[in-house]
Write a protein that binds this ligand. Structure first.
Ligand code: DGL
Length: 265
C-alpha cells in the first residue's frame, strides 16, 4: 500500500471534471490538484510554452511526493506528455489514450469526431492515436476555442452561447460521426447541450471513466492503492484562488473549503 497522494493538474478548472470521476472511483486516495490559472488558456499557446508550464507543475507535484501524476488537460496531454514522462520520476498519465480507446470501442460506423482546443487539434494527437488503434477510421476534428470562456462565464445557456455551440457543431453533424470525443476537460460541463445538438444517436466520449480505470489498474498492479485512507483533497491555483473557488462550484457541484495560492513562474 502507498498512502502518498495522486497529483492532478490542468490549465485551470476543467480538470476538476476528471478529479470528480477519479475521486468517485478511488475515494480513499489523497489528491493534490493544481490549476494553472495564471497561465490559462493553454489551448491557444505553443507546444514549447505548454511544455514549460506543464513541467513546472509536474516538478511541484513531484516535490509534494505524489505517487502518480494525472494530466487532466487535453492540451497538455497532447503537447507535453512525452516530455513529462521523460523528465518526471513518477508515472505520468494523460487523457488522449483513454479517450481514444473508448471512442474506438464505441463507434459502429467507423466515423469519429474530436472537438477540442486549437492547440489539441493542431497537434493531431487524437487522430494519430485513433488511427494507431484502428487505421480504417474516418476522423474529423473541430476546434471550439470559445467553449472554455463560455463555460467559465456561465454563458452557454444564453442565446449567443447556444448559437456558438450550434455553429461549432455543424461540421461535426455533417461528418456523420456516431462518436464524438469531448477533447477538452471543460466540455463535459455542457455535455447535455452538445448531446441535444448532435442528437441521441451520437455517443459522447469523455475520458474520465477510462482514465480512472487506468489509474486504478496501475495502482493495483504496483500494490500502491490506498485501501485504508479516508480520502482528501488539496487544491492549488497559480492565480486568483477566490475566482477558482467560485467557478469550481459549477463543475464540482459543491463548495470547496479552501484553494491555496501557489505561484510557480
Ligand atoms: N482544460 C484544457 C483542455 O483540456 C482547455 C482549457 C485551456 O485552453 O487551457 O484542453
Amino acid at each position: 500500500m502507498n498512502t502518498r497522494a495522486i497529483g492532478i493538474f490542468d490549465s485551470g478548472l476543467g480538470g476538476l471534471t476528471i478529479l470528480k470521476t477519479l475521486s468517485q472511483v478511488l475515494p480513499k486516495e489523497k489528491y493534490i490538484y493544481f490549476g494553472d490559472t495564471a497561465n490559462t488558456p493553454y489551448g491557444s499557446k505553443s507546444q514549447a510554452t505548454v511544455t514549460r508550464f506543464s513541467l513546472d507543475i509536474a516538478r511541484f507535484l513531484e516535490s509534494q511526493k505524489v505517487k502518480l501524476i494525472v494530466v487532466a488537460c487535453n492540451t497538455a496531454s497532447a503537447l507535453a506528455l512525452a516530455d513529462l514522462q521523460k523528465q518526471i520520476s513518477v508515472p505520468v498519465i494523460g487523457v488522449i489514450k483513454p479517450g481514444s480507446l473508448k471512442a474506438v470501442q464505441s463507434s459502429k460506423n467507423g466515423k469519429v469526431a474530436v472537438i477540442a482546443t486549437e492547440a489539441t487539434v493542431q497537434s493531431k494527437a487524437y487522430p494519430k492515436e485513433l488511427l494507431r488503434l484502428d487505421k480504417r477510421l474516418k476522423v474529423t476534428q473541430q476546434a471550439c476555442p470559445l467553449f472554455v470562456p463560455l463555460i467559465e462565464e456561465g454563458w452557454t445557456h444564453k442565446e449567443g452561447g447556444e448559437a456558438i455551440i450550434a455553429d461549432y457543431l455543424a461540421p461535426v453533424i455533417k461528418s456523420g460521426a456516431d462518436t464524438v470525443i469531448l477533447g477538452c476537460t471543460h466540455y463535459p460541463v455542457i455535455k447535455s447541450k452538445i448531446s441535444k445538438k448532435l442528437g441521441k444517436s451520437v455517443r459522447l466520449v469523455d475520458a474520465a471513466e477510462v482514465l480512472a480505470e487506468e489509474v486504478q489498474t496501475r495502482l493495483t498492479n504496483t500494490h500502491q492503492l490506498n485501501k485504508k485512507g479516508r480520502g482528501s483533497l488539496k487544491i492549488y491555483a497559480s492565480d486568483a484562488p477566490s475566482r477558482f473557488k467560485r467557478l469550481a462550484k459549477h463543475i464540482l457541484g459543491r463548495e470547496l473549503k479552501q484553494v491555496y495560492l501557489k505561484k510557480l513562474n
